[in-house]
Design a protein around this ligand. Structure first.
Ligand code: ZN
Length: 285
């Protein structure tokens, strides 16, 4: 990019205007973390899915259940997609970012796309919440990246063909799980929650930065499913994402997904209804 124009006389004054938060979230339905966490007492694990390195796997999570993404063998980043079980709603990474910020931790919700725009899942525990933001402005579990993909790789590598980017892994996993033609599955794959990935933006250039994930075996990120969900998780070919994507060079490890059924739903919990906007868009019929 280039910047061609001389700053105007009042450039400093314009830059000095203090920003405001785009979307104050105080009016959103509150997250009752104590109720979610109390519901874990006596829960029962009902499924386990191992996601092999440089592959993805799907898993079903019924409404009112919990799931954990767990590091088991070594530092590994996971790219998460979430759909409603009927595949009509998908995770909306951009709106989740606008509401909750660039990196998610306990108490954040993962929102669905328009027109339903409702919480698909709520984060109920994050063993990496201690990381916060480091001296480079980097944090963990971002909704600023997209997912590594073979199209960007093809452009940047001048023609490279690599088939185990998260985009392709998620496409294969969804196609297998729901017996969908590959092009239909690919169209349903969407921007991710970058689980365990450590990322930020350069203050000088605005460019997207990544660094070695602080995740270690035993760490996990835990979610509560607000509606019936299908999840897909890719063990990124970037491994801990300290150096590069889209190749077989990085050390990669499996990830584990566990789904838990509570004895009873969290006290006071009700599955969120689709968004209340009437969808008339100002058009009178
Ligand atoms: Zn990836």
């Amino acid at each position: 990019m280039t910047r061609d124009h001389t700053p105007p006389a009042d450039a400093d004054a314009r830059r000095a205007i203090a920003p405001v938060t785009c979307y104050p979230t105080e009016s959103l339905p509150p997250v009752d973390l104590a109720a979610y966490r109390a519901a874990r007492d006596g829960w029962q694990m009902i499924s386990e899915t191992i996601v092999p390195p440089r592959e993805a796997r799907c898993f079903d999570i019924p409404a009112g259940h919990f799931f954990r993404i767990i590091s088991t063998e070594g530092p590994q980043v996971g790219d998460l997609n979430l759909w409603s079980a009927d595949l009509t709603e998908r995770f909306y990474s951009g709106k989740t970012r606008a509401l909750h910020g660039t990196h998610l931790t306990t108490g954040a919700r993962l929102w669905s796309s328009f027109p339903t725009m409702r919480p698909l899942a709520t984060i109920t525990n994050d063993t990496l919440d201690w990381y916060g933001f480091d001296q480079y402005g980097c944090g963990v579990h971002d909704v600023i990246g997209t997912r590594c993909d073979p199209y960007t790789h093809n452009l940047l590598s001048k023609g490279g063909q690599y088939h185990h980017c998260c985009h392709s892994n998620l496409t294969r996993a969804l196609s297998d799980a729901r017996n969908l033609p590959q092009d239909r599955a690919e169209a349903l794959v969407h921007d991710v929650l970058n689980v365990f990935m450590c990322t930020g933006f350069s203050r000088q250039t605005g460019q997207y930065l990544m660094k070695a994930s602080p995740v270690r075996p035993g760490d996990h990120l835990e979610f509560f499913a607000e509606i019936d969900l299908l999840g897909a998780l890719s063990a990124c070919p970037g491994g801990d994402c300290s150096a590069e994507h889209s190749s077989d060079a990085a050390a990669c490890y499996p990830l584990l997904v566990q789904v838990y059924r509570p004895l009873s739903p969290p006290q006071g919990w009700r599955a969120p209804l689709p968004n209340g906007y009437d969808r008339s868009h100002g058009i009178s019929r």
